[in-house]
Design a protein. Structure first.
Length: 143
């Protein structure tokens, strides 16, 4: 089975679950910017796998920058973690995937690495900001 958060064996799976339980409310957004970034990335990830990205709103902001909205928030917030270039790559991948009526293996093969990479990076960034130490130290704590 391939490694992915969808299969419950993502690169930072334990840390993702810990952050979700600790910082994400049962409903609504997070009060902390870093937790909100994490929540929105997780919502995007879930929606791509569960709904084919049908709940993602694709748009451009007032400055002409690509934007995606899900769960009541703009995914431009993740630029702090992944950078503008990676955000645009994610935007293009989701936009191309969303509008396909029938998703083929090739469609999945194109979006998976982009989505996994962005998710890993957001989790790692959020961890450092909220927990204050390297994400890999968590593994040794929980063994």
């Amino acid at each position: 089975m391939e490694n992915s958060y969808w299969n419950d064996n993502g690169k930072f799976q334990k840390q993702q679950e810990y952050l979700w339980e600790r910082y994400v409310p049962k409903c609504g957004g997070c009060s902390d910017r870093h937790a909100e970034m994490f929540r929105l990335m997780c919502r995007l990830y879930y929606d791509v796998y569960n709904n084919g990205a049908c709940n993602v709103e694709i748009d451009w902001d007032e400055n002409g920058n690509p934007d995606m909205e899900i769960g009541g928030g703009s995914l431009r917030i993740i630029i702090d973690a992944i950078g503008e270039e990676s955000h645009n790559e994610l935007f293009d991948a989701v936009q191309g995937f969303k509008w396909k009526r029938t998703k083929t293996r090739d469609d999945w093969d194109k979006i998976k690495p982009v989505l996994e990479n962005a998710t890993d990076t957001v989790i790692e960034y959020t961890w450092k900001e909220l927990q204050g130490y390297d994400i890999n130290e968590f593994e040794t704590e929980t063994k």
